[in-house]
Design a protein around this ligand. Structure first.
Ligand code: NAP
Length: 257
């Protein structure tokens, strides 16, 4: 079978997606920065599921990262059937708290590399009789979130880009799916430096990365355009649409004060 290429596959939702795809006998290419975690995951998934795996340790915020991933695949002769743009993170607190370079790095990983990989791998994906792009958005895409303003904006970008591309490619062999998880029990809160109030709120409603991955892979293979994981998060999306924006933003932002 051709490979699924997964960014951010060293832990969390990306690793769970890798595991779910391994169960379905996809061969896997794992990309993230943590070489030791990637090596462990690649070897464990290969031996447990009898699939082929390889990994690339790379900082996706670095200039030319997407081109590097494509060159690596070409050099190794890997055919790709699924691209999973999962790598991403948030930075919580007031916008001016973080140096500008941290914001632009986050934008690079959450948005620029996702666009570049999609662009560079589309011709590769088109060579397959059926191929898939899975982009990981967030429930934060459905409203502005004060205290996570740039992150929520980056995820709104991912959602709109994915939906547009889904329609553009409708008559092609490549389907595009955007999966929007809500709070999920991963390293996200630590990397985003979310405070005690936000952690407690997340802990009450957290889904497991395994359940998110199961729903994400199912939606992708079914060719759905957009999926919010979990009933509570689906209800959250509906409320964000229904209620006055100012009220929704105040409520969302109160978690990250
Ligand atoms: P996580 O446990 O922190 O995993 C993030 C993954 O992205 C890791 O594999 C990390 O690998 C990789 N990554 C981060 N920065 C990178 C960089 N510069 N270069 C290469 N890889 C990088 O968080 P997660 O929750 O699984 O996040 C996965 C996706 O789900 C993200 O897009 C996130 O925005 C989205 N999401 C998460 C939640 C949630 O509550 N957890 C909710 C909605 C959406 P290394 O550290 O090894 O580089």
């Amino acid at each position: 079978m051709a490979y699924a290429l997964i960014t951010g596959a060293s832990r969390g939702i990306g690793l769970a997606i890798a595991t779910e795809l391994a169960r379905q006998k996809f061969d896997l290419l794992l990309v993230a920065r943590s070489e030791t975690l990637l090596r462990e995951a690649a070897s464990q998934l290969a031996s447990e599921h009898g699939i082929k795996t390889d990994f690339l340790a790379l900082d996706l915020a670095a200039t030319g990262a997407a081109q590097h991933v494509l060159a690596w695949c070409q050099q190794k002769g890997y055919a790709i059937q699924m691209l999973v743009n999962n790598a991403g993170y948030g930075l919580s607190g007031p916008f001016e708290k973080h140096p500008l370079a941290e914001h632009t790095d986050m934008m690079a990983v959450n948005m620029t590399v996702l666009v570049e990989l999609t662009y560079l791998f589309l011709p590769v994906l088109r060579q397959q009789p059926k191929a898939y792009i899975l982009n990981i958005g967030s429930s934060a895409a459905y409203q502005a979130v004060p205290g996570l303003s740039l992150y929520s904006a980056s995820k709104a970008f991912v959602l709109q880009f994915s939906r547009g591309l889904h329609q553009e490619l409708k008559r092609s062999a490549v389907s595009v799916t955007c999966v929007c998880p809500g709070s999920t029990d991963t390293n996200f809160v630590d990397r985003a430096q979310i405070g005690e109030k936000g952690r407690k709120a997340a802990a009450k409603v957290n889904m497991t990365p395994q359940e998110v991955a199961r729903q994400a892979v199912e939606a992708t293979l079914a060719g759905q355009a957009e999926v919010v994981t979990g009933l509570l998060n689906k209800a959250g999306k509906f409320m964000a649409w229904l209620l006055p924006k100012g009220l929704v933003e105040k409520t969302a932002g109160s978690i990250y004060e």
